[in-house]
Design a protein around this ligand. Structure first.
Ligand code: BES
Ligand code: MN
Ligand code: ZN
Length: 488
């Protein structure tokens, strides 16, 4: 896994600031109030900080962003960043400040004077998340990233919060690495191996192989992987940190590569389909975070790992397949494969675990990108309570999510002449008919959310807390949901 930045927390030491090497950063309120470290740095730089905050340049700096001074006289540091931040910042502003610090830092050592500022752990989280880079496959020699020292008034209060924040960052990194990894590296087998390795963290991990899946009747899932040399697998991850209450089930689409199958996708952009395991990636990252921070909750993660390839053995358009539930599906389009994977593992999760709630995540439809772009995931649910709780958690973590409708009129579009249902419902409302398909495999008594993350799992331009590529969207929201609603 990509390494987390090393961050140390020490008691504020004003005498160390003049000699701090690498880069130095101070926090200043929007109206220009300096804290003790700010005043010391101001004195050392012969009032350069005071002149900055009195200038027009300071007005143009946005909250959470900073102004860089190169080779400041009076300091050993090669650069000073003056970050604009309230003493009691919002979570979003604190993390944004952290992201600004990460960009300023580069690979150099960084000393941050956080003094008595609130939410130092969120600043650290923003820093860690934005410092992520996926360079495993670059052969050029890379300089090692130096660490961060955060000076603060009460390091012993910040450390436990930062510990939790780093458990979150580790889950996000795990997800991002999985999503960024090319499909020749992240085969179904490699994916399952990386999940099995999480037993080290105290997770129970089971890998179900094709023979067992056939025994269980997961024929729609198996149908998707039929054309691939990589064996289809289902991985079950259990975190039992709670009492004997029923678990929350997280279910993820793990299509390690989606060519479309016999309904082959066009060549342009097909390389992006390495991220089609994004749902499984988020489920895996959340499980890692829960284990790393020893969450007091019962959560089970179930991911379906398959590769959708065209081949002599591949499923054909027109094939009729029986799902584990028993309902038959006419495969009109082999490129609508995600729902075929999910319907079997959702049914399995409910039969085996009788979960208190079930949330599935999938890069399911291109249509959700047309509807919501890259800002929001689509939220589909049979429960106002569960979806309300999730939207609240996502809002608190600044991860975009927007509820979409479900209804009988959409469900009717899945009618098939020869089977209980077709796997596509036509062009209209493509994301909703996909969700309707899934809902046919949700028991009435199971509160359920489907998250269509096709637009948010991986993006072409940088976001607040991630460079371009995999975002890890959803790890923070789901961890927050568990923390707020499932922990004792
Ligand atoms: N994996 C794709 C959806 C997707 C598209 C994810 C773009 C990320 C970016 C999915 O399996 C798919 O191919 N969906 C089809 C459904 C259609 C055939 C009903 C789509 O969206 O075109
Ligand atoms: Mn597809
Ligand atoms: Zn797909």
């Amino acid at each position: 896994m990509t390494d987390l930045l090393s961050i140390d927390y020490v008691e504020t030491d004003l005498d160390a600031l003049a000699d701090a090497d690498g880069k130095l950063a101070i926090l200043v309120t929007p109206d220009g109030k300096l804290d003790p470290a700010g005043r010391r740095v101001n004195r050392l730089t012969k009032q350069a900080v005071a002149r900055l905050v009195d200038s027009e340049a300071w007005e143009k700096v946005k909250t959470g962003e900073g102004f860089t001074m190169g080779f400041p006289a009076g300091l050993a540091a090669e650069a000073l960043l003056v970050v604009k931040l309230d003493r009691r910042p919002s979570v979003a502003d604190a993390r944004k400040a952290g992201a600004s610090l990460a960009k300023f830092k580069g690979k150099a050592a960084l000393t941050l004077c956080a003094g008595a500022y609130q939410r130092a752990a969120d600043i650290a989280l923003g820093l860690a998340l934005r410092a992520y880079g996926f360079d495993d496959h670059l052969t050029k020699e890379k300089p090692e990233a130096k660490g961060v020292t955060i000076h603060c008034a009460k390091p012993d209060e910040v450390k436990p919060e930062a510990e939790t924040a780093m458990a979150v960052a580790e889950g996000v990194f795990f997800t991002r690495d999985l999503v960024n990894e090319p499909a020749n590296v992240l085969t179904t087998t490699e994916f399952a191996n990386r999940l099995s390795a999480m037993t080290d963290l105290g997770l129970e991990v089971e890998v179900l192989e094709e023979a067992e899946l056939a025994e269980l009747g997961m024929r729609t899932l198996l149908a998707v992987g039929e054309g691939s040399e990589s064996p289809s697998k289902v991985v079950v991850m259990k975190w039992n940190g709670g009492g004997d209450e029923k678990p929350l089930a997280l279910v993820g689409k793990g299509v390690v590569f989606d060519t479309g199958g016999i309904s082959l996708k066009p060549a342009g952009g097909m390389e992006d389909m390495t991220m089609d395991m994004g749902g499984a990636g988020v489920v895996s990252g959340v499980m890692r975070t829960l284990a790393r921070r020893k969450a007091k909750a019962n959560v089970v993660g179930v991911v379906g790992l398959v590769e959708n390839m065209p081949d002599g053995r591949a499923t054909r358009p027109g094939d009729v397949i029986r799902s584990m539930k028993g309902d038959t599906v006419e495969v009109i389009n082999t490129d609508a494969e995600g729902r075929l994977v999910l319907c079997d593992i959702m049914w399995y999760a409910q039969e085996r675990f009788e979960p208190a709630g079930m949330i599935d995540l999938a890069t399911l439809t291109g249509a959700i990108i047309i509807g919501l772009g890259h800002e929001n995931a689509g939220v589909f649910s049979n429960s106002d309570a569960l979806s309300g709780a999730f939207l609240k958690a996502a809002g608190a973590e600044n991860e975009g999510a927007w509820r979409m409708p479900l209804g009988d009129a959409y469900d009717k579009l899945l009618k098939s002449r020869v089977a209980d249902m077709a796997n596509v419902g036509g062009r209209a409302a493509g994301s909703i008919t996909a969700a309707q398909f899934l809902q046919r495999f949700v028991k009435d008594e199971t509160p359920w959310i489907h998250l269509d993350i096709a637009g948010v799992a991986s993006v072409k331009s940088e976001t607040a807390l991630a460079p371009k590529g995999a975002t890890g969207w959803g790890v923070m929201a789901l961890d927050r949901l568990v923390r707020d609603d499932y922990e004792s």
